[in-house]
Design a protein around this ligand. Sequence first.
Ligand SMILES: *Cc1c(COP(=O)(O)O)cnc(C)c1O
Length: 401
Amino acid sequence: MPNSEYFINLEEDYGAHNYHPLDVVISRGEGVWVYDVDGKKYLDCLSAYSALNQGHNHPKIRKAMTDQLERLTLTSRAFRNDKLGLFYKKLADMTGYEMSLPMNSGAEAVETAIKVARKWGYVSKGIKRYEAEIIVADGNFHGRTTTIISFTTNEDYKKDFGPFTPGFPIVEYGDIDALKSAIKENTAAIMLEPLQGENGIILPPQGYLKAVRALCEENNILFIADEIQTGLGRTGALFACQHEDVRPDIMVVGKALSGGFYPVSAVLADKAVLGLIQPGEHGSTFGGNPLGAAVGIAALEVIQEEKLIDNAKFMGEYMMDYLEEIPKKNILDIRGKGLLIGVELKHELGGARRFAETLQDRGILVKETHTHILRLAPPLIIDKKTVDWMLPILRDVLLMD
Ligand SMILES: *Cc1c(COP(=O)(O)O)cnc(C)c1O
């Protein structure tokens, strides 16, 4: 039996080095647990950046997938299939948006939202052609395509990859006045994450999303929310925007939309916006395929049937209460919502990687983000017993020298 080192060397020798993973080689996953090639068991506290809200290898989603695998996997959108309509209906019933447009990766869905918002700007708002702007926030993360990295503020994500796509003014995240000043006649939309996950679990000031909503209303601008990471229960609400009773015009979802089985993403909006897209104007060979649709329906049903939103809220608050009691020896800040929690370590400690590696030894997998921050985001199916096992270990490690 080849060991971890063998697989790590294969990756290092033959794969592009666009990630710096922890050296754990996982070969099996079930629920909140994963097992490495040596049989060691770990709690997955990252959930594939929230793609695994339903846990690993969820039996209901697996069954939907294998049943569909045996019947039909791909038709292309040149033909119809008997799953896509059901997926649309499920999305509409659950989210309250009239229409959706299915894609595969999150970045593709963001690209789709950008195209839809620009078209709305020209056709509905009357912006001069090719002058539409979409305002975005400092510290944003919306994916890795060339257009999306054009408006990232993270140098690593963009340097050496230009030339860049114009039309995306950047404002301070959480600053409503900055946003107000950036709005012009040719502003078609503002695109935001309601909580910036990749940027280190950054929450905007209370009331910000509501103020953004009002500003969009006043200026006839679309509000695009990227809830690829925060949506589908992660923060203790179906969408993080709902914590402020805000309904964006365009909602972008991905990740947990497939429960980790298959890339499925979607843009959700009402007919006045998404209805503008005409045949031939946008597409994807795999987007809306029956396998992805079957998986998507099951993934959404699991969120409802297992009350994952309530569980995320309860377990998140429970974890937060415990974490806040830990002496601040190494901790600079703890913040988050639901089961998306960031522990920022004091910067003089030289980074969170060492803490992530110690947690790995102790059977908990987390990943550092932005050098100093540990992101705690277990699958939303996590139970109290498991949380009670995890918390004292976290405490130990957060108090280490
Ligand atoms: C992960 C993520 C994306 C990109 O999704 P991919 O499937 O990796 O393309 C976009 N926006 C947010 C907020 C994300 O967390």
